[in-house]
Design a protein around this ligand. Structure first.
Ligand SMILES: [Zn+2]
Length: 247
């Protein structure tokens, strides 16, 4: 679901869901994806749960991040419990070492209790739903996800815990000798390079093979990025499969 749209086809005037008013009710809005011609409308303006935008007549183009590929539903998650750094750190802990049933998802009567977004997919979809200058539990979206919208916020590079949207480096994207996968920023290809370093050979092979069959798709990685020492090249240790997903 989209939490913002544009009022005009040139995508100059933004409208955040939380600022939508009655007079916007029957308006046609434009999908935030400039390549997508979906006609968007306000949903749930008078409802008890959050207002959002959806395309009801003219649909989204395939794989539009504001269409059905993004199933983020703000009412299903508990925003006030979301702490970005902790959520990303949790992705680096392999499930086996986690205490099961520590935070039960359901009440005794079987009703799901809202939790903050926690998988890389959920956090990525949440970030895509909101405008990159908007916030989620007081954290700026662009300070969590590096994508075509927020890349301007990173003139000096990408450091610390961030989710990156990336593509395979061409022509070669991996080195089996050093167990490194090379990715590049999804916009301005080649501007920034991201190296995923693995210490686990099996995990390296599995992720590298998965990327290979999806090499033209978007690769999303959640990690703690540091400078590699080379200009505009950053690296991160990948210790869990939960840190990488393909869109
Ligand atoms: Zn769209």
């Amino acid at each position: 679901m989209a939490m913002y749209v544009f009022k005009d086809i040139d995508r100059k005037e933004k409208l955040l869901a939380r600022n939508a008013r009655k007079e916007d009710k029957n308006q046609r809005f434009y999908c935030p994806n400039p390549a997508c011609d979906a006609a968007m409308h306000i949903c749930n303006l008078d409802g008890l749960s959050a207002t959002y935008f959806s395309a009801n007549r003219q649909g989204h183009i395939e794989n539009c991040p504001f269409g059905s590929s993004n199933d983020f539903n703000s009412t299903k998650y508990k925003e006030e419990d979301f702490i970005f750094e902790s959520a990303l750190e949790a992705l680096t802990i392999n499930s086996k070492s986690q205490t099961k049933r520590e935070t039960p998802n359901e009440h005794k009567n079987g009703v799901a209790r809202p939790r903050p977004p926690r998988t890389i997919r959920q956090i990525y979809s949440m970030c895509k739903s909101y405008d990159c200058c908007d916030t989620y539990n007081n954290k700026i979206i662009g300070q969590m996800l590096v994508d075509s919208r927020s890349i301007y916020m990173y003139p000096k590079g990408v450091f610390g815990w961030r989710i990156i949207e990336s593509k395979c480096k061409k022509p070669y994207f991996y080195d089996s000798e050093t167990k490194v996968v090379s990715l590049t920023s999804s916009v301005n290809i080649g501007e920034y390079e991201f190296l995923l370093k693995f210490s686990d050979k099996k995990m390296f092979v599995e992720i590298k093979d998965n990327i290979y069959v999806n090499r033209d798709r978007i690769i999303v990685v959640a990690a703690n990025w540091v400078s590699s020492g080379k200009f505009n090249v950053f690296y991160a240790e990948i210790v869990s499969k939960k840190q990488v997903t393909i869109i």
